[in-house]
Design a binder for this molecule. Structure first.
Ligand SMILES: [Zn+2]
Ligand SMILES: [Zn+2]
Length: 255
């Protein structure tokens, strides 16, 4: 059985067929999902989905793209949402200097604050980082994020980021990006990560793996990610499913 550790099941692109999309994933062997918030509204939606489906868990938090919208009451509301028994992580949070939809200085301040919120809540964090490796690692260290641990989601950094993340005892979650033709360097990194620190995810509806690129992504395709890791690591995809599911249960403390 597989766990899709990072999906946006509330996304409007699933409004027309959400139940069918989830059923397809379950048929493909995905028995557990973690749906991720990016702002207050989507965090609320994530918790509602966790309420509706017994096999869906939620993460709440504010994505670096969205931190410029954080209002006075957001942290109170997020903390209240996080008390829900099926909220298993705080995120996605982090830094994204590729788009800089929020100013970089503000991203750093809000990242620090949100690590603090996660530590108060004693929840592991889900990290989004893009073109911001050094600042991400420095902030994680300064804010003592290792006390709660968590996941580098959709890992796409270099060897050094992988090493730093592993040294901080974080997990690395791989997505459909590892199936992309030009992702040779990333596949080389997968080879070096111990199997007890790897997770799989789709980031649905984004980052559709080959051979479905160009179409909407959905959790059923997490199998393609597991199959590619199996090929890289030289093991069966059943074994990858077993190990990554075990890891997901550990980091998110899913019963
Ligand atoms: Zn992300
Ligand atoms: Zn995401």
């Amino acid at each position: 059985m597989l766990i899709d550790t990072h999906a946006h099941l509330d996304d409007a692109r699933f409004d027309g067929d959400r139940d069918a999309m989830i059923a397809r994933a379950r048929e493909a062997g995905v028995d557990t999902f973690v749906t991720i918030g990016c702002d207050l509204a989507t965090s609320r939606a994530a918790v509602e989905l966790a309420d509706r489906y017994p096999f869906v868990y939620a993460a709440v938090g504010v994505h670096p793209h969205e931190v410029k919208h954080i209002g006075d009451d957001w942290y109170d509301d997020l903390q209240r949402l996080a008390k829900h028994p099926k909220v298993v992580a705080y995120g996605e949070i982090g830094l994204d200097y590729h788009y800089n939809y929020s100013p970089p200085k503000l991203q750093r301040d809000r990242f620090r604050e949100q690590i603090g919120v996660a530590r108060d809540l004693r929840l592991p964090i889900v990290i989004h980082t893009r073109e911001a490796q050094d600042d991400t690692i420095a902030i994680l260290k300064e804010e003592k994020a290792a006390e709660v641990g968590g996941v580098f989601h959709c890992f796409s950094g270099d060897t050094w980021l992988a090493k730093d993340a592993l040294d901080l005892e974080f997990f690395l979650s791989f997505s459909g990006v590892i199936t992309f033709q030009n992702a040779t360097m990333l596949r080389d990194i997968v080879k070096t990560v111990p199997m007890d620190r790897i997770l799989v995810e789709t980031d649905s509806p984004y980052l559709t793996p080959a051979p479905h690129r160009g179409k909407r992504n959905e959790p059923a395709y997490v199998r393609l990610v597991a199959e590619r890791i199996a090929a890289i690591q030289g093991m069966t995809s059943d074994k990858v499913a077993e190990l990554t599911s075990h890891n997901a249960h550990r980091v998110f403390r899913i019963p």
